[in-house]
Design a protein around this ligand. Structure first.
Ligand SMILES: [Zn+2]
Ligand SMILES: [Zn+2]
Ligand SMILES: [Zn+2]
Ligand SMILES: [Zn+2]
Length: 377
């Protein structure tokens, strides 16, 4: 279990290469619609709603993470869903706007051939369009690609996860296609690759983290500056810290409180400094993967979960750390706006230590959000 850390990087999916990110190719990817692995026991619309605002969540990313030595997890994928509402990210801690699901299949299964998928594009161009339904026949929402048990009341052809996406698709053009009968309507109504609900899609490329060389630990001033510049969030943190202390009416705090604050701040600085040093060699990393090995690297001393904060799996087993999502991913999501936007310091995903497998269902796992500390704010 002492495997090293693997890093994930976002790579732009070349035009015409969308097929690489479909289910048959077992992708690791950011955004777009989920490339579901198993077709049984998908999370339904209710399970994919935000814990804070109850709106549908969009696929943030999925990781293909099979477990060698586990015949029942020859294929294994983790799916992280995230709310698009910025306000839902304000409180730190578990879940809320985030959901994570795990699914796995043995090598011999009803959905995929036993041999690895071909590396060439599939012959028919049809394979490139987002699927409208699973092979089992279950309809998928035209907007988000999750289960769509709700059909358009007029044409009965278009499927949705709920009223929000039905309304969105109506505005986007289903209004016109809906009135066209039969095949003409179907043609006009092809599911568009992207829409404003989905996060932009990238392939995730995985590389092992190079072991730290002794030279790396003595950060020279030039290097350090580079490391700070590459992360927008670290700038943001400095900013927050500055405004936080400027706005504070410090004279009304007694000496003891000030002392405690200063101590807390240096502890926080140390953790954040360590975080920056650790990622300096590969500042573009969006994922750090190390199941059951080295734990996550935290961005601050606040809101680090204790063991009691990580609930056991529904099977009764403990959950162990599997991977973390880095703040660098935010730069790829195009969620920046002048006002409030989706934000985190890091997201740590914990999964069942036994990797239980209850009838090939999608099993909900646990995700913890830690924010950048805002000093005295
Ligand atoms: Zn929400
Ligand atoms: Zn939907
Ligand atoms: Zn319709
Ligand atoms: Zn379990």
């Amino acid at each position: 279990m002492a495997a090293g850390v693997e890093l994930g990087f976002a790579g732009a999916a070349a035009p015409g290469e969308a097929w690489r990110l479909r289910s048959a190719h077992f992708p690791s990817k950011v955004g777009g619609r989920p490339a579901w692995l198993g077709e049984a026991g998908l999370p339904g619309p209710a399970a994919l709603r935000c814990g804070r605002c109850a709106q549908p969540c969009a696929l943030l990313l999925q990781l293909y993470a099979p477990l060698p030595g586990r015949a029942d997890a020859f294929h294994r994928s983790l799916f992280v869903f995230a709310c698009r509402g910025a306000a839902c990210y304000r409180p730190p801690g578990p879940r809320g706007p985030l959901r994570v699901f795990r699914n796995q299949l043995p090598r011999r299964n009803d959905t995929y051939p036993e041999e690895p998928p071909p590396r060439e594009p599939p012959p028919a161009s049809a394979a490139a369009a987002p699927p409208r339904r699973l092979r089992s026949g279950a309809a998928l929402c035209r907007v988000c690609g999750c289960l769509g048990p709700r059909a358009c009341g007029r044409c009965r052809r278009a499927a949705y996860c709920g009223p929000e996406h039905q309304a969105l698709d109506w505005r986007r053009g289903h209004r016109r296609a809906c009135a066209q009968p039969g095949a003409a309507g179907d043609l006009e109504d092809a599911v568009p690759d992207h829409n404003e609900f989905l996060f932009p899609e990238y392939e995730i490329l995985i590389e092992p983290e190079e072991p730290e060389s002794p030279a790396d630990s003595s950060v020279d001033p030039d290097d350090e500056e580079g490391a700070v510049d590459t992360s927008e969030n670290s700038d943001k943190q400095e900013e927050l810290r500055a405004t936080g202390s400027a706005n504070e009416a410090l004279e009304c705090l007694d000496e003891e409180t000030l002392e405690a604050m200063a101590k807390h701040e240096t502890e926080d600085d140390k953790i954040f400094q360590k975080f920056k040093e650790r990622i300096a060699a590969e500042p573009e990393q969006i994922i750090r993967y190390c199941r059951g090995g080295e734990g996550p690297i935290w961005v601050s001393g606040e809101n680090i979960p204790e063991e009691k904060d990580i609930p056991n799996c529904s099977c009764g087993a403990k959950r162990i750390f599997e991977f973390q999502i880095m703040p660098q991913l935010l730069n790829h999501l195009k969620v920046d706006s002048l006002g409030e936007s989706i934000d985190w310091g890091t997201l740590a995903v914990y999964t069942c230590a036994n990797n239980c497998n209850e009838g090939n269902q999608y099993t909900e796992e646990f995700i913890w959000k830690q924010d950048f500390s805002a000093g005295s704010m």
